[in-house]
Design a protein. Sequence first.
Length: 310
Amino acid sequence: MIVRPRPGALAILFALRGSILPQIAPQVIAITALACLVVATEPNWAHAIPLHAGIGPFTLIGLALSIFLSFRNNACYDRWWEARKVWGALIVEARGLARLLGALLPPDEAETETGARRRRCLRRLAGFTHALHAHLRGRDAALAAAPFLPQAERGRLPSCASPADAALAYLAADLGAALRQGTLSDVSFGLIEQKLAGLSGVQAACERIKGTPLPFAYTLLLYRTAWLYCLLLPFGLAETLGWGTPVATALVAYTFFGLDALGDELEEPFGSAANDLPLDALLRTVDGVVQDALGAPVPPPLAPERYWLR
């Protein structure tokens, strides 16, 4: 995600970091080159293809296309914002769980089973978040969670359908053993189970967002219409604007293709593009919660690299 103060009037015209322009430059250049060709050959085709209607039809089509684009981008932004709220909820649940574990399984200087269980549970919480992060980024979730789990549980991770859910299951099983031993009361276990259910809900919401993209036909219709509009626009503007046609066509192509490309990025908020969510930074926040609860040094928060917070 791009994190930077709003640049000045001159700098904002030439800012490329976070801009969608590098991605759509081939389309804009192609449309601009076509517009130049149309204007240069206008005397040759003007009599064969008379466009007496002017730019009126293009205005109507452009208005409809812009409204359609705004609907799609709103839907994509809703996915992006929901994903951010879900990860915010994950941080809240992680803090609450760490706080409960510290209160109900208090640490002590002696290496008792209670203190060891608390540390195991906190590390499983870290394993859950790392596994979820890896799954959403298309990486090996079992490999990401393994360093935080006991040796006996690591070997079973690759065979699990969801390593993140397995980490929560191991955590719940350990606390269930504490309940049977009398270390935890049923009320205390119920409080912790509420936090585990919240974490499981966060995982389900992330998987729903990742596994349910916008309907492909919706995107295809918009992409085809934008291309046809931009390809035909120079023929409608050439007689009126002359050599101003390439400039006007390039601006329209930049707007339409840019909104389409930006919608593609926002549609998949867990990716690694410049405008996607900073999952690495959010994961570092949860790591800080766990490390602080363990009494270990808290890692510093990630800082943007050239305005890009990953």
